[in-house]
Ligand binder design. Structure first.
Ligand SMILES: [Zn+2]
Length: 621
């Protein structure tokens, strides 16, 4: 299906969100470090539906109530205060974040408003204690260049990040407040027409690099999140939420293109089969299936729930059709059930013998007088009382009309799934607790005079100045530490190759092999660590060990870490002692001896000095 994309009438738009590494949060004095591991306390809340101005209950809010969840918020020392708990009004807008937002806006050729107006955006999943997120536009109507083409930049906004979810169990959702209020910069492009998925991914990368060029972007995993909206001709605009890894953006976009194409052909197929409308509603079949031996349905019945069947006329064989690689229509329907808190569903296009349901479904087909050309879906519902079965019929009815607008969540592998409706999240209200913030011409001019150099411009210099290959420079640019590459060399006097190797290979190895994210390690630690290497106080082989420790203890200095790990370089005399001791323990030839001594002093001694000492002492004997 990934054939010629030329005629697809592809339209896309990207939103890039990047956390900012400001000293304090957007509306209070708490730290943005998100370091805390053990909460100092928790706050419990329940959300209640509030009638909107129109006097109707918000659909999404009702949905949350239906799920009847309780929210528990974890608080952390130095990282949460009364503002995050919604016990105190927000403080003044953080100036560091504002100035970074203006700098990014200027780098993207945006107009800066005279006044910044803080708005409230409804949030109803509990990730925000106030039930809204504060957001403000700091730049608009800009553009950037990509391969000689002009990319429109609609808006640059500052927002507060939401709490991070810890988990959900038994109707209790646990959130961490440390992330709530961390400044986020959001950059939204205008309509991108005629760009391939790879182009769109590269454009997102370039936008992210503008933010990273300021040196104020957070470097930890999850610091960047991207949303993407896509449509094809005959399809509909769908928003794909939460793409973390940049390389997955093109994959997610391919999948969405294929999904919309599949839905168009599915609608055609249903018309061809003569289906005009789906009349029937879900039927409760609890009594009929009261003897089922399927474990999931059994437990639904035993806990007082009901089993519902949904008949999809003329759908036979369609539920096993792929929408995109790895997802069938049946799986998509199951995602709907999962989004409403159920375990899943069963349908006639799957191997029912795996679930011991062959006979139940045959009986059901006769009982409901359903023809061979029709498909049947069965699901068990407890608290949701048939609401999910109705939603599934709704989704099937929509299939007749082809692709519809919506939002979808993206998984790490680039596949996406049905997202429950959140109509409230688009609504904005003015934040009455904060006065509009005036932006003076003087401030804009001051920021304009001090705009940072863009990373790609720096990269061109790396090649000649440090004699680096194109591929290495490319990798450095893609590293979250690209902004401190040169400064590390300049301030420490360390070899460019040591610094490059650290930011590229060491960082990746630690992530891949040990799950260590060096993103939270402060910039100063890198400068001091490289300084110690260049002064011969720390072996470069010890860098991974130092960083692994620093990632866990970002509050410690390089000297403290080297002390804790006993990584000070050994003096010649100390090396001599180890060599003599090793010689007396085992009668070895000098070649072997070097190996044994090195294994004892690795990371703490200069290898050249070890070889010299072994040679000298061996000759003495
Ligand atoms: Zn706070």
């Amino acid at each position: 299906m990934s054939a010629d994309k030329e005629d697809l009438g592809l339209k896309a738009g990207i939103e890039v969100h990047n956390q900012l590494n400001t000293r304090e949060k957007l509306f209070c004095g708490c730290s943005t470090q998100m370091r805390g591991e053990v909460p100092v306390g928790t706050v419990v809340r329940k959300q209640h539906p509030v009638a909107s101005e129109l006097g109707e209950y918000d659909v999404a809010a009702q949905y949350e109530v239906m799920r009847d969840r309780v929210f528990v918020y974890e608080a952390f020392r130095g990282e949460t205060c009364q503002v995050e708990m919604d016990e105190e009004p927000p403080h003044m807008l953080n100036q560091e974040a504002l100035e970074t937002g203006i700098a990014v806006s200027l780098m993207l050729n945006c107009k800066i408003p005279d006044e910044v107006h803080v708005m409230r955006k409804a949030v109803i999943d509990g990730s925000n204690t106030t039930s809204f997120q504060r957001t403000m536009v700091v730049g608009m109507g800009g553009h950037m260049e990509y391969n000689g083409r002009r990319i429109p930049i609609d808006q640059v906004s500052l927002e507060e990040d939401a709490s991070s979810i810890v988990g959900e169990e038994g109707g209790i959702v646990r959130y961490r407040l440390s992330r709530l209020g961390v400044p986020l910069i959001e950059i939204a492009t205008g309509l991108l027409e005629g760009f391939s998925p790879k182009d769109v991914e590269d454009i997102a990368f370039e936008i992210g690099m503008v933010v990273r060029s300021t040196g104020k972007a957070k470097k930890n995993m999850g610091a960047i999140r991207q949303d993407l909206n896509v449509s094809v001709r005959g399809g509909a605009r769908n928003e794909l939420k939460g793409i973390q890894e940049l390389g997955m953006l093109s994959v997610a976009m391919e999948n969405e293109i294929n999904r919309q194409i599949s839905l168009i052909s599915l609608a055609d197929e249903l018309k061809r089969r003569g289906l005009k409308k789906i009349h029937d509603d879900p039927v409760c079949v609890s009594d009929f299936l009261s003897g089922t031996e399927n474990k999931i349905l059994r437990s639904t019945l035993d806990s007082g729930g009901n089993i519902f069947s949904v008949v999809l006329p003329k759908f036979d064989g369609l539920l096993k059709r792929p929408l995109f690689e790895g997802k069938t229509l049946g799986r998509e329907m199951a995602d709907v059930a999962v989004a409403f808190g159920l375990k899943g569903l069963f349908h006639t296009d799957e191997d029912l013998s795996k679930y011991g349901l062959v006979e139940d479904f045959e009986n059901l087909r006769r009982h409901l007088k359903v023809g061979k050309e029709d498909a049947i879906i069965v699901l068990g519902e407890g608290k949701t009382k048939g609401r999910v079965a109705k939603e599934i019929i709704e989704r099937a009815r929509i299939l007749l009309k082809g692709p519809q607008e919506g939002t979808r969540s993206v998984s790490p592998d680039g596949s996406s799934r049905y997202n429950r409706p959140l109509p409230g999240s688009k609504r904005m209200y003015p934040e009455t607790d904060i006065q509009p913030v005036p932006i003076s011409e003087d401030l804009i001019e001051k920021i304009r005079q001090n705009l940072p150099e863009l990373i790609p411009k720096k990269a061109a210099r790396f090649k000649s100045q440090y004699k680096m290959s194109d591929s290495l420079v490319n990798e450095i640019m893609r590293s979250p530490h690209a902004d401190i590459f040169e400064e590390s060399i300049r301030r420490s006097g360390a070899d460019a190759s040591v610094v490059a190797n650290t930011f590229v290979s060491v960082a990746k190895d630690l992530q891949r092999r040990e799950g260590v994210d060096i993103g939270p390690v402060p910039d100063d630690l890198f400068f001091d660590m490289f300084g110690a290497v260049s002064k011969g106080m720390l072996a470069k082989e010890a860098i991974p060990e130092v960083l692994k420790y620093a990632a866990k203890h970002p509050e410690k200095s390089a000297a403290e870490i080297m002390g804790d790990l006993k990584l000070e370089m050994m003096t010649e005399k100390e090396i001599e002692e180890v060599v003599s001791k090793t010689m007396s323990e085992a009668e070895s030839n000098p070649g072997k001896l070097v190996g044994i001594v090195m294994s004892k002093v690795r990371g703490k001694a200069d290898p050249q000095l070890v070889i010299k000492t072994v040679k000298r002492l061996s000759e003495k004997r």
